[in-house]
Design a protein around this ligand. Sequence first.
Ligand code: ADP
Ligand code: MG
Length: 327
Amino acid sequence: MRSDLDLELVKLTKRYGDTVAVDGIDHLFHAGTYACLLGPSGCGKSSTLRMIAGHEGVSAGSVVLGGRDVSQLPPAKRGTAMMFQSYALFPHLSVADNVAFSLRMKGVDAAARKARALEMLDLVDMTAHADRLPAQLSGGQQQRVALARALVTEPQVLLLDEPLSALDPFLRVRMRGELRRLQRELGITFVHVTHGQDEALALADEIVVMNNAVIEQAGPTRAVFDAPATAFVARFLGSHNVIALPDGQFAIRSDALRVTEPGAARLQGRVTGVEYQGTHVALTAATDGDQEVTALLTDQDFFGAPKEPGQAIGLGWDDRAAHLLRA
Ligand code: ADP
Ligand code: MG
């Protein structure tokens, strides 16, 4: 269903000299969606985001927001706001003044600016630090301020470029929860760039997997994870095996593989490694045709019939667990 606040990319293209960073991508982001743009370094994620924000001109194609082509508008006129990879707070301005900065540029009076900035700081739980300078904040706190600063303009779409990459792992997981909560509370569209599949899976309603300047696959997060369309997507998401069989190449989730006695199984293999992971055991095996596969077994399944490296095994799966990959 289309809404009047959907964000649409139409044949969007970015060239830098001879480099094609984004190659004619089409995508519709439904209003109110938490979307993750996921892909390896250099695949064109940041260029895409910067074209949506207006910090980078489009080489061809367009960005349409709410039915309006915004491709030629300056960033502040688009209804989007961007949170950068480095938070880029003004070091000489207090937290409150950083958040209020864009309102000052718009000519909003001091009292109204202050009130609005405090409202935004409340949203990210930073009211107590309103008078501090950025240098007096931790990385996580600076990031909340950067979020408040982006949200103060009341964007319809918030663009986030690797917003969690500078945080330590503990804080990253916590902030991830906060971002998700904030997006639900505000009900606006978030487009979040990341190269981390865990982050995308944890956050996104929808993931858009990019590779080599194009979209490889897009869709609801679980649908993409359950049925990757290409070997690239299956490998990039992880937790999948890409297995060549006589009738084509298939993706099969590691947790969908069953380990049996050798014999009547679909694939024969030899155990190459057993890794205890607490709740699960990851068993790797080399199969006929020298393919490496991983089976993720519950610890009960594994220890019910433990295997040793070097042991011959069979591997099985249900038909519906095998997804034929596009060449
Ligand atoms: P990602 O964010 O996925 O890592 P980018 O959009 O930053 O990818 O970059 C995509 C491609 O465009 C890369 O090959 C990169 O080197 C190139 N690129 C990005 N920005 C510029 C620029 N300002 N000038 C020239 N090439 C660039
Ligand atoms: Mg980038």
